[in-house]
Each structure stands twice: as C-alpha cells, then as structure tokens.
Design a protein around this ligand. Structure first.
Ligand code: MN
Ligand code: MN
Length: 363
C-alpha cells in the first residue's frame, strides 16, 4: 500500500528498486531534468516581468538552424537545459532544436551512458500571447558510454528510446513521462518545489470525435488527408456517421496533452507546400518522444505510411509527417493512405495533382 504523496524523486527511486542492478543513474538524470524544467517554468511564468518575451534579436542572428525566428525564451530555455544536465555524469552528449550540431560536454564534465535530445521550448510562437508552451525530451542509450557522442550515435530510431517526456507550461506546470511502462503525469507543486504524481497511467481512448489540423494548408494536403477531414466535416450525415469537433492550438505539447487526457487525433501530414520539407515536425526531438508517449498510452502514431518510431533517422533535424492519437481514428487515416497508394480510394480523392500514380491509372 502506498503512503503519502508520490514525488517524482520517490517515483524514480522506487522504479529503480524494482530493477535489480539499477545504478541510480537514471533517477539522477531525471532529477536534473526536472530541475531544468522547474527553472524554465519559472522563466516562462515570469514572462514580461523579467523581460523574457519577444524575439532573441532583430537580425539574421536570431534565426535558428530551422530557419525559424528564435524567441528570447528559446535561447534561455536551451541554456538552462544544457547547464542543468551537462554536469551530472550521466550523459555523453546532448542535441537540441536550437543547435545545429551535437553539443559536446565541457571538458571537466564526466561522460555517461545516455544521450539527451530536446526541444527546449515547443510552441514558442505562442509565448507572446500567453498560451501553453512546453519542453520535449528523448533519452537514448549512448553507443559509446563514457566517450563524447558523435552525430551517428544520436541517429537511432524511436524504438530505441529508454525514456521520453514533455513538460507543459500551462495553467499548471506538468511533467508527462514514459520509461516504457505506460505514461505517468506529474503536477508541479510550487509551494514545495516538487513534481507530484497526479495522473498515473494515462490512457488515450480508442475512439474520438475531435481532430486537430492546420486547415490553412488544406490545398496542399494529399488526397487521403483531404478525404479524412472532409468526412469529419460531413459529420453525422457523412460516411463516418458522427459529428466531430475541431481544435488547433498550434502548440504540439498542448495538443498532445489534450489527446493524452481525452483522446482525439492530431495531424501535421505530408503536404506539397514546400518540396524540401516532407513534413513539419522534427523526428528526433518532437515526433519520436511524442510517439513513445502516445503508444505507451494506447494510442497510435504514424506518418500515414509508416510507424514513426521505426524511421531510421538520417539527420538530427530531419522533418517527418506526424499523425497521432486515438487508435481507431489514426488507423482510419493510415487506411486511407494505403487505399490511395493502391488506387482503391473513392474517385473524388484520386487527384491528378499528386504524384504519378494517377497517370498509371489512366492507361
Ligand atoms: Mn517544437
Ligand atoms: Mn522549440
């Protein structure tokens, strides 16, 4: 029987007690991560009071490797993640959305067994309008423990993750976490400075009637996505025979937490808007950790064509299509992609705009 509240510290230590031979390194690593998250939470919360809002600069120097404008809080959060995690001795390298190359630990820091990849502040375009943002992280085993990690060391498929999670800086600050035994959610109690287990074993319902997609891109979508969304919009009178609601927060962490809490589907599918970007979201520090959480909560995560976590990464900042959430809805979208690929979709959605397949059909 459990006595008292379960802090994150207790949770990680008790989890290690269950694994004989556990070295305590992992709970140490999660502890330093939690400290970083508390510091970022504090900065986000103070906002304009500490001059933290706005862009990092006004010139090209404030554009990150993704070609996106860096916010002051992007830069501050990245610094916090590096500083709070580099000294622990548990990591042999880090990589971040905000840094083009792998981060080498300072010479005096001990090298460890794990790699940390993160998006220090997700949804940061929402910062100035006071909407929910977050931090996303993924932990991998270092192929060469004790030595500086190379780029190749990081390029592991999502199935190799040993831990993934996200922090949510919303009305409450939360930490949602998986180590491969389901998904547990913690809420920060600021009075005592600790994360408390408040959402044990989160589950995504199999069915849902809420979808999230940036429909300003509708004209660039592929036919299977157009078909799915059209059917959602058709509601009770359409082929799905149920009404849907739409949500779009434009903050991946916020969308993910909503889906973890009450189900639904999120889509940032492949589109034809920019031929150089086969998707919008980044595999290593957005799609993979989110997919690990979603699958561990009973949901499904796909590009439409393949399971996200089975993609073999080719670069640190690789982008992928991402469709995740309630099992039955995501499987429906994946099925529409399969029907499209095999030419079995309804005629309305066999657009000649997409690919060469329709050329073959006309012969
Ligand atoms: Mn992001
Ligand atoms: Mn970010």
């Amino acid at each position: 029987m459990q006595h008292g509240r379960i802090t994150l510290t207790r949770y990680t230590i008790e989890a290690e007690h269950k694994h004989s031979g556990a070295s305590g390194e992992f709970s140490g690593l999660l502890n330093s991560l939690a400290t970083a998250i508390k510091i970022i939470s504090n900065q986000v919360n103070k906002g304009a009071l500490i001059g933290a809002l706005g862009n990092a600069g006004t010139d090209a120097a404030s554009v990150n490797v993704q070609g996106e404008v860096q916010k002051k809080l992007d830069v501050m959060s990245n610094e916090v993640m590096l500083q709070e995690n580099e000294w622990t001795g548990h990591l042999s390298g880090m990589a971040s959305e905000e840094m083009e190359d792998v981060y080498t630990l300072p010479a005096q820091c001990k090298r460890g067994k794990y790699l940390l990849v993160f998006d220090p502040l997700d949804g940061s375009s929402n910062i100035d309008v006071n909407l929910t943002v977050g931090t996303i992280f993924s932990i991998l085993r270092a192929p060469n423990p004790g030595k500086d990690a190379s780029l190749e060391d990081f390029l592991q498929p999502g199935t190799e993750q040993v831990c993934a999670g996200l922090a949510l800086y919303g009305p409450s600050t939360m930490l949602v976490l998986t180590t491969g035994n389901g998904v547990d959610g913690f809420t920060l109690d600021r009075d005592i400075g600790a994360f408390i287990l408040t959402h044990p074993q989160m589950r995504i319902p199999d069915d849902a009637h809420e979808f999230a997609i940036n429909s300003s891109n509708a004209r660039f979508w592929e036919p299977p996505v157009q078909r799915y969304v059209d059917e959602c919009l058709a509601g009770k009178t359409g082929p799905r025979h149920k009404d849907f609601n739409m949500r779009w927060v434009a903050s991946l962490v916020a969308e993910t937490f909503r889906i973890l809490t009450r189900g639904g589907i999120f889509m940032y599918p492949r589109d034809s808007k920019d031929a150089t970007k086969p998707g919008r979201l980044r595999l290593m520090y957005e799609a993979n950790p989110i997919s690990f959480l979603v699958e561990q909560a009973g949901g499904v995560s796909t590009t439409g064509r393949e399971r996200v976590m089975e993609i073999a990464p080719t670069s640190l900042h690789q982008r992928v299509p991402l469709i995740f959430g309630s099992k039955n809805e995501v499987e429906c979208v994946a099925e529409y992609h399969a029907e499209y690929a095999s030419g079995k979709e309804p005629d309305t959605y066999s657009s000649p705009l997409f690919g060469t397949r329709s050329l073959f059909r006309s012969q």
